[in-house]
Design a protein around this ligand. Structure first.
Ligand code: S3P
Length: 179
């Protein structure tokens, strides 16, 4: 059995504020499959918000739960799966992404800023959100680029437009596969 037989149709990765959930939900609708956001599963499993998990237990605990659930969902979910922004930085997760249809949703700080600036749900951006976002993106970009099959720029585009591009990429990939 190849990876494609038992994996999500599409995995979305990228930084906080890029719109993984919005694009993921729309994309799933378009493809008539289920959407799943790992962050939401973490919140449901833990019975508390991500910011509370960070405060109560610390980041290493959060990363442990994130790792366990991400690997579980990579094995079990067959629709569109959106990962948390930091997930691909865990080596075991980036290894598990190999060979899958991974889309890196890219964006610059100018476009991300209005979504992250006043959002208290993201504990890593609680202090100095813009500078922190830029620093994290610089650190993470090489990993996002390495594990993704495609990079899709979302700057100045509507979610519908981004979804159109992803659908096009998926169908050209399917055509390649049939040749
Ligand atoms: C994080 C991103 C968040 C969430 C947590 C940590 C990160 O997910 O998993 O706050 O390290 O970038 P989103 O990318 O969905 O906001």
């Amino acid at each position: 059995m190849s990876v494609a037989d038992h994996s999500p149709l599409v995995v979305l990765i990228g930084p906080m504020g890029v719109g993984k959930s919005t694009v993921g939900r729309l994309l799933a609708e378009r493809l008539a499959v289920e959407f799943c956001d790992v962050d939401e599963v973490v919140v449901a499993r833990e019975g508390r918000e991500i910011s509370d998990i960070f405060v109560d237990e610390g980041e290493p605990y959060f990363r442990g739960v994130e790792r366990e659930l991400t690997l579980e969902l990579l094995a079990a979910h067959r629709g569109v799966l959106a990962l948390g922004g930091g997930a691909p930085m865990q080596e075991v997760i980036s290894a598990a992404l190999e060979g899958r249809a991974v889309v890196f949703l890219d964006v610059g700080i100018a476009d991300a800023a209005h979504r992250i600036g006043f959002d208290t749900s993201r504990p890593l951006l609680a202090v100095n959100p813009r500078a922190t976002w830029v620093r994290m993106m610089n650190e993470r970009r090489p990993v996002y680029e390495r594990v993704a099959r495609w990079r899709v720029d979302t700057a100045g585009r509507t979610p519908e437009d981004v979804v159109d591009e992803i659908v096009g990429l998926l169908s050209s990939d399917a055509e390649e596969g049939m040749r």
